[in-house]
Structure formats: structure tokens, C-alpha cells
Design a protein around this ligand. Structure first.
Ligand code: UD1
Length: 365
């Protein structure tokens, strides 16, 4: 059997790393040439891509598609056009895609139309919010996948409700958490604390188009963060899209002039996780950070009206706060006043999800 394992954007890299490693260890000396790593190039900057490969010990990709940025249609189309010849050249039996970015859906569709089987890791998550590009990517990818690996049983239920045959669905756990548990000690050591002590700062991440592409929404969030920063210094590793919009909307000075709000370049995996692990509070609109904070036991306020990861709210440390500045501040001050949710870790988020995935894949005929 020959497999192509696809990654394209920052949130993919921590999900493929343990799958790649599990393939090599499970193959027990068989040739490793039947697993090829594909990087679509959706993310290409050093601090959005190469640094993650280095931190996570992922080898150089075997195939680089180098598609870069563009509108959704352009980016998705470019991945498809570049991935098709790679499939025709290498004749994989399986294409393995992870997460919900444009590269995920583009490679899944390309493979499926060539008659190649598709495995989707992190299947079945649903926000029910069709204004999120990722929700469209998730629905399309799951609809055509042959094997669907899920992180929790709610996702299994979502898939069954959509008519996916039960034998295609495998509840395996969370490969992103495999990576977190493997690297957490190194991560703590490489956190750029900038003189802060553990528990004496907050971390902000912000990049979702719904939050950063509209000036009033972005200004409202920053107003809330400014009020929060009066009580807790905030470290803000900013996504390139966010920085671009801060400049375009004339909001950059507001951030730079606040001595308690520290704008930083995007961080690589280890320093970022190291900061999150030691933060008093995380304020975010990310998907993955909701899960990482739940495992680390760090309070997380998610600035979105919904989440495709409801388990992090049900049993973890995550609270949905939306983007209303007063609501954000109210929830943040509750945490600072000691009202903490003591979360617990979801089932099978135990560091062995990738091994389960690879065992299932290697048993397919
Ligand atoms: C993508 C994913 C999103 C994920 C996010 C994490 C989709 C639909 N979205 O969104 O789910 O949460 O990644 O980062 O796939 N840029 C750079 N360097 C890079 C990559 C991007 O400067 O390496 C800039 C470019 O100006 C680009 C913009 O960031 O136009 C947005 O990048 P893009 O890949 O289109 O989407 P993300 O917002 O990163």
C-alpha cells in the first residue's frame, strides 16, 4: 500500500507529525518509501511552516506543491491542480488529510475523483455555521472520505446523522494532543516569557476572518483586550492577516501604545504551547487552542458564537464568549477573580491517537 500524507497550513503540522512517526514505527523495518509527505504550501512563511517542521521533527516533505496564498477559490483550485499530477505520478492507494483547511478539501476531492481512497483525520466536527470556510471544508471532506477518524463521540454522532456508514467511522482520539503530550516539557522550557512569571500573563490569538476582517468587530475586541490588559499583561502573537488588518484599519497604534499588550511575531509550536501552558488565561478565536487549553487545564475564552469542538465547553476549560466587548471582559474578570472551571480531559486524548489511526490504515485491504 502506498500513502500520501497531506499538510498545508499551520494547524495541520501538529496533526500529521505523530501520524508520520507512527507509520515509521509500525512498519517494523518494512520500506518507508510507501509513505510520502506532501506540503501544499498553503502556509509558507518560516514562522507559519518551516519552524513547525523543525520543532516537531517532521522530515522535509517529499512533495512540495508551493501554492501560496490567494482567494479561497484560487487557493483551493491551485492545490487541486498541483496535487493531481502528484497523485498520477505516485499512484497512492490512500490519501490521508487532516483538519479543515482549504488544502484538506482540495486534496480530498482531487484524490477521490482519481479513484484513490481518502482518510480524514479529525472528521465529524461541526459548528453548524456555514459562514466559516472551515465548516464547508469539513462537510465536503467528510462526505467523500472512505475512512473517518474522530476525536470524540459527538463527531461520530454528527457523521451518522449525515448518513455516513458506521463501519467507516473510527473514534481514535486526537493527534494534535499526541503532539502536545509528547512535547509539553520542551515547550515549557522554550516559552518566551519576557520576564513574566507563570500565571502572571494572558495569551491572545486572533485570526478568524469573521473577527479580523471587519473594523468594528476588531476594534471592539481590542477595546476589551485593552481593559483586560489593565489587570493582566497580554502576550499577543499575531497572525499575518491580523497584523495586515490592524495596519489597514488604523488600529496598530492602539496595540503598540499599550505597554501591557505585547504584539509578537507568530510563534513556532514549542514557544507558543509553552506560553499557553503557563498562562493565567487564553483569549482566542482558534479551533485547536480550545482543545490544547482543555488538556493543559488553562482557562480559555473563545471569541466566537459557536464551536465545532463542544466537548471543550462541556467537560473542558473553554467558554464561548462571542465578540461583545462587555461579555469578553465580564468572562475574563470572572477568571481573574478566581471563578475557574476545573476541566477534565476527553476520552482517548491520551497521546496514542496516531497509533490507532495507523493500525486501522495498515489493516485495510
Ligand atoms: C488558514 C485556515 C484556518 C486556520 C488558519 C491558521 C483555511 C480556510 N483557513 O487560515 O482554518 O485556522 O490557517 O493559521 O484554510 N500568510 C502569510 N504567510 C503564510 C500564510 C499566510 O503571510 O505562511 C498571510 C497571507 O497574507 C494570506 C493570509 O495570511 O493571504 C491568510 O492565509 P490563508 O492561508 O489564506 O488563511 P489563514 O487565515 O491563515
Amino acid at each position: 500500500m502506498k500513502y500520501l500524507l497531506v499538510a498545508g497550513a499551520r494547524p495541520n503540522f501538529m496533526k500529521i507529525a505523530p501520524i508520520h512517526r507512527a507509520f515509521l514505527t509500525r512498519q517494523n523495518g518494512r520500506s518507508t518509501a510507501d509513505l510520502l509527505l506532501v506540503h501544499t504550501g498553503q502556509h509558507y512563511s518560516r514562522n507559519m511552516s518551516d519552524d513547525f517542521f523543525r520543532d516537531l521533527g517532521i522530515p522535509e516533505p517529499d512533495i512540495n506543491l508551493e501554492v501560496g496564498s490567494g482567494s479561497h477559490a484560487e487557493q483551493t483550485a491551485r492545490v487541486m491542480m498541483a496535487f493531481e499530477p502528484a497523485c498520477l505520478e505516485h499512484h497512492p492507494d490512500w490519501v490521508i488529510v487532516v483538519g479543515d483547511v482549504n488544502s484538506t478539501v482540495a486534496c480530498a476531492i482531487t484524490a477521490k475523483k482519481l479513484g484513490i481512497r481518502v482518510a480524514h483525520v479529525e472528521a465529524g466536527l461541526r459548528s453548524r455555521d456555514m459562514s466559516m470556510p472551515e465548516e464547508i471544508n469539513r462537510l465536503c471532506t467528510d462526505a467523500i472520505s472512505d475512512l473517518l477518524f474522530t476525536t470524540d463521540t459527538t463527531a461520530d454522532e454528527n457523521l451518522r446523522n449525515e448518513g455516513v456508514a458506521a463501519e467507516k467511522i473510527h473514534f481514535v482520539g486526537n493527534t494534535m494532543i499526541d503532539t502536545l503530550l509528547r512535547h509539553i516539557n520542551r515547550a515549557r522550557e522554550s516559552a518566551p516569557l519576557n520576564g513574566h512569571r507563570q500565571g502572571s500573563f494572558g495569551v491572545l490569538t486572533l485570526h478568524r476572518p469573521g473577527n479580523v476582517d471587519s473594523r468594528p468587530v476588531l476594534a471592539g475586541i481590542l477595546g476589551a483586550v485593552g481593559r483586560l490588559a489593565e489587570r493582566l499583561p497580554i502576550l499577543f502573537p499575531a497572525h499575518p492577516r491580523t497584523v495586515k488588518n490592524l495596519e489597514a484599519f488604523g488600529l496598530l497604534d492602539f496595540v503598540l501604545s499599550n505597554p501591557n499588550l505585547h504584539l509578537m511575531e507568530p510563534l513556532s509550536y514549542l514557544p507558543f504551547i509553552g506560553l499557553v501552558a503557563q498562562a493565567r488565561l487564553v483569549v482566542t478565536d482558534s479551533g485547536g487552542v480550545q482543545e490544547e487549553t482543555t488538556v493543559l487545564g488553562v482557562p480559555c475564552l473563545t471569541m466566537r458564537p459557536n464551536t465545532e469542538r463542544p466537548i471543550t465547553c462541556q467537560i473542558g476549560t473553554n467558554v464561548l464568549v462571542g465578540t461583545n466587548p462587555d461579555k469578553i471582559c465580564e468572562a475574563a474578570f470572572r477568571v481573574l477573580d478566581g471563578h475557574l472551571r476545573k476541566g477534565c480531559v476527553p476520552e482517548k486524548w491520551d497521546g496514542h491517537a496516531a497509533e490507532r489511526i495507523v493500525d486501522i490504515l495498515l489493516n485495510q485491504v
